[in-house]
Design a protein around this ligand. Structure first.
Ligand code: ADE
Ligand code: ZN
Length: 344
């Protein structure tokens, strides 16, 4: 291996990569929350940035979601959605992300009276500008909130449908346990019929059975998180045989107490089991770091090396919804980087 332990952090920082699991509302930094609250005259439950940040101590997924939805309440105008996404793209560029697929939660906003067009157009404008000005390719994936009803999801999808040229797929997020994927069978079937791609959060806190139904009922092409899969050998066999990618989020899993420490995280075990794992940031403003921070801390804690990094980066491009030509470009850039570092 041509990359020494001392050089590994710089190698990871410069590695070309894709990010496939980032909730754009989870990139809203406390400073931006306060700036938007002031310009939109929205009252916050915390007096200042420091006290808000101090509240970011979570015991599980739900304890995070409560504060995350409160933070999103400052988003009202198209400019707010643009500014939020643009701030993320500047970070993405700094982390050498070539391709990014952003989750967004329209129901969090339309329930407060924000028009669907405001949400989607603000985000899409930032995606288009990121491509032109930063060279970061970006796509949107509309997520349904699984703690709400399927009727609500169906109505949301109907509202978003006229905009469907502006997003490439649908996903499923929010409170997992008690809200299995099959609850959303009809809305996913409709979206797939319309030519949209399908992904779903499954096996973050919830059981392997939710991963099975995300695949069988929703026809999810990637599983978001999926770290509970290792509890079910038959599921691991299927994921490996079918090459279903998992978008793993190590720092998120620690902050939400899925694993006690990063040293106990199962990323290495997922790779060793032959699964197509990728590394992602999930909600970086809340979980202590953007994509490179996830790579750096996880590699350090698990003793991973440059060959693991090459695999994870390659997985991220192969698992993306980029076109075949775009994937070839991305993989060529990765290969050039690896050649230069003497890793191939
Ligand atoms: N980690 C996560 N799991 C489920 N829903 C989410 N929404 C934002 N982050 C999430
Ligand atoms: Zn997520």
């Amino acid at each position: 291996m041509a990359v020494s332990a001392e050089r590994l952090p710089d190698f990871l920082r410069g590695l070309p990569k894709a990010e496939l699991h980032i909730h754009i509302e989870g990139s809203l930094e406390p400073e931006l929350i306060f700036a938007m609250a002031e310009r939109n005259q929205v009252a916050l439950a915390y007096p200042d940035v420091a006290s808000l940040r101090a509240a970011y101590a979570f015991s599980d997924l739900q304890s995070f979601l409560d504060i995350y939805y409160a933070g999103a309440s400052v988003l009202l105008t198209e400019a707010d959605f643009f500014d939020m996404a643009w701030a993320y793209f500047l970070r993405a560029k700094a982390d050498n992300i070539l391709h990014s697929e952003l989750f967004f939660d329209p129901q969090t906003h339309t329930a407060r009276g924000v028009p669907m067009a405001t949400v989607i157009d603000g985000l899409r404008r930032a995606c288009d500008r990121a491509q032109i000005e930063l060279g970061v390719r970006a796509e949107l994936i509309l997520c349904f909130l699984r703690h709400l009803s399927e009727e609500d999801a169906l109505a949301t999808y109907e509202e978003a449908r006229p905009h469907r040229g502006k997003f490439i797929g649908v996903g499923l997020d929010s409170s997992e346990v008690g809200h299995p994927p099959e609850k959303f069978a009809r809305v996913f079937a409709q979206a797939r019929k319309d030519g949209l791609r399908a992904v779903a959060h499954a096996g973050e806190e919830g059981p392997p059975a939710y991963i099975w139904s995300a695949l069988d009922v929703l026809k999810a092409e990637r599983i978001d998180h999926g770290v509970q899969a290792l509890r079910d050998p038959a599921l691991v066999k299927r994921l490996a045989e079918e090459g279903v990618p998992l978008t793993v989020c190590p720092l998120s899993n620690i902050k939400l107490c899925v694993f006690k420490t990063l040293a106990e995280h199962n990323l290495r075990a997922l790779l060793d089991a032959g699964l197509i794992a990728t590394v992602n940031s999930d909600d970086p403003a809340y979980f202590g770091g953007y994509l490179n921070q996830n790579f750096l801390e996880t590699f350090d804690a698990l003793g991973l090396d440059a060959s693991h990094a090459a695999t994870l980066a390659r997985n991220s491009f192969n698992a993306s919804f980029a076109s075949a030509a775009q994937k070839r470009d991305d993989l060529d850039r990765l290969d050039a980087y690896l050649d230069q570092a003497g890793v191939r």
